[in-house]
Design a protein around this ligand. Structure first.
Ligand SMILES: [Zn+2]
Length: 324
């Protein structure tokens, strides 16, 4: 009997769609929170702009128009070091960040200068977190907001449990909650390839990168939906990490259309983190900045699902990145 059941299960598994975005693309009730890192911007093309700050402002205005039209309750994570010296930010660059607030969006701290915790060490890293706060807190206070969120650069959370927990306590003491990521991806490589191509007037290459971007992101969603179901027995509320860049300014509407097609609603980060999945123990202390889904699997002694989508070689080459 047991053999028969096993055979039936095997037959069912074999007939089910196995991999790729085509596997059960639509499931109403899916939820995702969208987060943007490296504000005011990274991989921003300067083509057609009168300077770096003007390019940042133009990119931000296009991105915020997309987010506004689709009512995306996004959170942006800022590196205030990109605004100028701590305590005296450039008014023009501060205005770029202020436009996120004017669009009704949350802002969190992503440190002052984007240091790598695993290289800088805990003390130096904490000083950089503090350095990033005052200008951000002042900006948020202009409209009655307060600083509530923190995102680790490179998703590096500590090479020892001691460092990891000390940083968690340090952040909690400053009123900041860590924003985890479940839909991790290499969108930043696509974005670098895209802005490189635009800046060198390689329009056809930029278009090719953009055309590969949405299918790649859909494959990532399909993979993490499967990983979520494999570990939790259900699809959890996901958190997407992308960046404030020219690629998303020009093409994030297509990512949003893909998400709508897959049955996603766009929810706040608060709502996503109300999912009990986010209380799962995370004891991950290796050097890679990986999805929290894999941290939870590895912390439980499990094995991650094979088949995580990779970045196409032509995108890596156009970005000048040797490997993911
Ligand atoms: Zn970052």
């Amino acid at each position: 009997m047991r053999a028969v059941i096993a055979w039936i299960l095997l037959a069912l598994a074999a007939s089910a769609p196995r991999t790729g975005p085509a596997a059960a693309p639509v499931r109403p009730g899916r939820e995702v929170a969208v987060t943007f890192d490296d504000l005011p911007g990274v991989s921003v093309s300067k083509a057609g702009a009168s300077g770096e700050t003007a390019a940042l402002a133009a990119m931000t205005s296009r991105l915020l128009r997309t987010l506004g039209e689709r009512h995306v309750p996004a959170v942006g994570f800022a590196n205030t070091g990109k605004l100028g010296p701590a305590g005296s930010p450039s008014p023009e660059r501060l205005a770029v960040l202020r436009s996120w607030r004017a669009a009704g969006l949350e802002l969190g701290n992503h440190t002052f200068s984007h240091p790598d915790l695993h290289r800088a060490g805990l003390s130096a890293f904490e000083r950089d977190v503090e350095l990033g706060e005052p200008d951000l807190r002042a900006l948020l206070a202009e409209d009655g907001g307060r600083l509530r969120w923190f995102r680790h650069p490179f998703l590096h959370t500590g090479l020892s449990l001691g460092d990891k927990q000390a940083l968690e306590a340090f952040l909690a003491g400053r009123g900041c909650r860590i924003a985890p990521v479940t839909i991790d991806n290499s969108e930043w490589i696509f974005a670098r390839a895209y802005s490189n191509a635009l800046d060198s007037s390689a329009r056809a290459l930029a278009d090719r990168v953009a055309a590969a971007y949405v299918p790649y992101m859909e494959a990532k969603f399909a993979y993490f939906e499967r990983q979520s179901a494999a570990f939790f027995g259900r699809e959890i509320r996901q958190v997407l990490l992308v960046h404030a860049n020219s690629l998303n300014a020009d093409h994030f509407d297509e990512v949003l259309a893909m998400l709508a097609r897959r049955g996603y609603s766009l929810v706040t980060l608060d709502r996503a983190l109300e999912d009990s999945a986010y209380a799962t123990p995370d004891r991950y202390t290796a050097n890679n900045g990986i999805t929290w889904l894999h941290r939870w699997v590895l912390s439980a002694g499990g094995r991650v699902l094979p088949g995580e989508p990779a970045t196409p070689p032509f995108v890596l080459a156009a970005a000048g990145v040797a490997s993911e």
